[in-house]
Write a protein that binds this ligand. Structure first.
Ligand SMILES: CC(C)(COP(=O)(O)OP(=O)(O)OC[C@H]1O[C@@H](n2cnc3c(N)ncnc32)[C@H](O)[C@@H]1OP(=O)(O)O)[C@@H](O)C(=O)NCCC(=O)NCCS
Length: 109
């Protein structure tokens, strides 16, 4: 995680002294996009993603990728991300972790 923050472009949203959201761009991938539960569903996640997309365009990244958890999947769909593949990782006790590899083509002028 520290590697992503040190090498990548990290956005942090604050409300007063409180950190309420974050997201990181590392190469051509959006990582660790989180909004504190109390502040979700009011457009802040979208604001973080648009900030990462703007930076990607500035860096001439044509396709932004990310790994979406099951709960975040509808959020990224709403922002125009397309599903590339569904991934399943076996974890403990026969349980599986399911996530989606997603991408969005960015418009570079
Ligand atoms: C996923 C997360 C980042 C979304 O942030 P948010 O601030 O709640 O989302 P926003 O309010 O900006 O929503 C943006 C759009 O996505 C839609 N959306 C968000 N969550 C949704 C959901 N669960 N189902 C359907 N649509 C959803 C909103 O309706 C909105 O659509 P609109 O632009 O048409 O109004 C946030 O819920 C979160 O941090 N979740 C926990 C951590 C997590 O799962 N992070 C992602 C790791 S892969």
């Amino acid at each position: 995680m520290l590697n992503g923050i040190l090498k990548g472009y990290c956005l942090i949203l604050t409300c007063g002294k409180e950190i309420i959201g974050t997201g990181t761009l590392l190469d051509s991938n959006a990582r660790r996009v989180f909004i504190k539960p109390l502040y979700q569903k009011v457009g802040l996640g979208k604001r973080i993603m648009h900030g990462l997309e703007d930076k990607s365009v500035e860096e001439r990244v044509r396709m932004l990728g990310l790994d979406a958890s099951l709960v975040a999947y509808p959020f990224y769909r709403a922002l125009g991300y397309q599903t590339q593949s569904e991934e399943i990782i076996p974890i403990r006790n026969g349980q599986n972790l399911r996530y989606y590899k997603m991408v969005k083509n960015l418009e570079i002028s």
